[in-house]
Design a protein around this ligand. Sequence first.
Ligand SMILES: Nc1ncnc2c1ncn2[C@@H]1O[C@H](COP(=O)(O)OP(=O)(O)O)[C@@H](O)[C@H]1O
Ligand SMILES: [Mg+2]
Length: 302
Amino acid sequence: MPTHRIGMWMYQNGGGDVIQNSMIAKLQERDISVITDLNLRNATATNGSTYCGGIIMEELDLFFTYNAGQQTQYQLYLYETLDRYIPIINNYSSFSLTEDKFKTAHLLQRNGIITPEYELCHRNDVHTLRRILKEWGGKIIYKPTDGWGGMGLVKIEDDAALDMLIPFIKHTDLRHFYVERFIDYDNTDFRVDIVDGEFISCYGRKAPPDDWKTNITSGGTLLLREPTDELISLAKKAAKLTGLELAGVDMIYDQEREQYVVLEVNGIPAFATPDQEQLGLNFNDKKINAIVNLIEKRVTGK
Ligand SMILES: Nc1ncnc2c1ncn2[C@@H]1O[C@H](COP(=O)(O)OP(=O)(O)O)[C@@H](O)[C@H]1O
Ligand SMILES: [Mg+2]
């Protein structure tokens, strides 16, 4: 009988199934058994127990949740609840913090980490938006605080663009309006993965010729690139501040101010896909080992 038992919910596409199998095998060697496919969407909770996939979640030694698809409100609600009873990687509080770009930037800025300048205001505060547009010389972008994949970002270069956007925001249920200064950069970024404070990998993405967004889902392409010590230390600091056990820190280089800025910290940074591995992105084993070590540390308390 294995000494410990953990639960897992991991994405299966893009090579996720292979990663999962590798993790399971390595955990097994350390007497940790894994119950997979624990999708909280299918869970119910009653009389002090959360039932999912035929087991009681609260009886697990740990829950590893790593599914990049959008989680429903229901899943997040149970994630938050369960986090009070068993260790979850990532922990809920850090995960939910980093799901919000404003809260993350605010935390980083308060701790001396450079992010793009930002301003949050009430959605009806048109006065502030016009002032920022003027102050920042027409270089602002509207960003949904909970967006992903480069979706919903809008460049606002003049009052006319602002006038188009305001009625749109008024039709949403958002209370706030979050804008960032548009950074002059070379349309490439840096993604640095950190697991439990340890540097795992660095790669980059390049925006398509006609775009300034580097997201792969916006047509960005992979760039193999070496990190500098400065980038690694910046990523480690950012990850630590958020409290994420597993973090993917996105950074770009501000050409005007000649400094790196942290754009966001991702709580579910993907492993390299088989295609990306073919291109030479080879950090998966290192990342798997670091995660397995972390899980073992957590369940054994050593
Ligand atoms: N302030 C900014 N200045 C210039 N480009 C930006 C800025 N913020 C984001 N971008 C570009 O847009 C992309 C998506 O923004 P990001 O904040 O990472 O949101 P998402 O969660 O959608 O990836 C980034 O990868 C970067 O290429
Ligand atoms: Mg991003």
